[in-house]
Design a protein around this ligand. Structure first.
Ligand code: ADP
Ligand code: ADP
Length: 231
């Protein structure tokens, strides 16, 4: 479903002395897998996820998603790719000028689904993340963990085959983080392929598959050394 073949990513403006964000990464993620990305800050986790979503293009190598070579994807093909992706990234905060329900309805209204049907599906998605009772609330009235679960509801409402989540529990307490991971796992159980970057040791300890990155390179099953924070 997702394949990286010798992928290197060097950002423009990245100093010549600095390493590539990703270096010669090859990996395969099968349909229905739940895969965690681990590694210290700056290891390349976000870059790996962005390459799958065509938010960045590889400098070398190929990224294939459902048989499509992302590096060769024309601009017009990006919406088709993204329709199959549920994205949970820090940058995509909830809109604060509308209710929780309206936030979750947005992706469906964009695709032209009728309002009543969008609302039904948004409520069903909120129910799945345990927040149906907060549908009418203002996003900022929710805790950080609840907001993140609303982001998950918004990401899955178009029934994507793949969920990409970039550190979805950053800044959350343990109880909230557990609920966020439970919500993601529940979607994986019904067949959604999930790639989740995280520093959460609890989750990584019990994970069936963890991809470890360090300075842009795969660590091949070897747990990363203690995090060396990059400012
Ligand atoms: P992680 O998600 O593991 O923290 P990133 O993928 O965000 O790692 O970053 C990997 C490397 O690429 C870092 O050295 C980072 O500074 C660099 N980087 C990330 N985004 C950009 C960008 N837009 N421009 C230049 N360098 C970037
Ligand atoms: P409905 O039929 O009213 O849309 P469902 O219970 O089938 O309700 O789905 C609940 C929500 O979960 C929907 O918004 C749906 O988009 C979302 N969802 C995303 N991916 C899946 C999946 N693979 N299986 C079931 N529901 C999914």
């Amino acid at each position: 479903m997702i394949e990286f073949a010798n992928v290197t990513k060097q950002y423009a403006g990245h100093g010549a002395s600095s390493h590539s964000a990703l270096r010669d990464v090859s990996l395969t993620v099968a349909k229905g897998e739940l895969v965690y990305l681990a590694g210290p800050s700056g290891a390349g986790k976000s870059t790996l996820l962005k390459l799958i979503a065509a938010m960045e293009r590889p400098s070398a190598g190929t990224v294939t998603v459902n048989g499509t070579d992302i590096g060769r994807l024309k601009h017009a093909g990006i919406p088709f790719l993204r329709r199959n992706l549920g994205l949970i990234f820090q940058q995509q905060r909830l809109l604060t000028d509308r209710s929780v329900l309206a936030n979750v309805m947005m992706p469906m209204l964009v695709t032209g689904l009728p309002r009543a049907q969008s609302e039904d599906r948004a409520r069903a998605a909120l129910d799945k993340v345990g927040l149906l009772d907060r549908a009418a609330a203002h996003p900022l009235a929710l805790s950080g963990g609840e907001q993140q679960r609303v982001s998950i509801a918004r990401a899955i409402v178009n029934r994507p085959q793949i969920i990409l989540a970039d550190e979805p529990t950053a800044n959350l307490d343990r109880a909230s983080a557990t609920k966020v991971f439970d919500a993601l796992r529940a979607f994986n159980k019904v067949g959604v392929t999930c790639l989740i970057s995280t520093h959460d040791e609890h989750v990584l300890d019990s994970a069936t598959r963890v991809i470890h990155l360090r300075q842009g390179m795969l660590q091949d099953g070897v747990p990363a050394a203690p995090a060396q924070e990059v400012a």
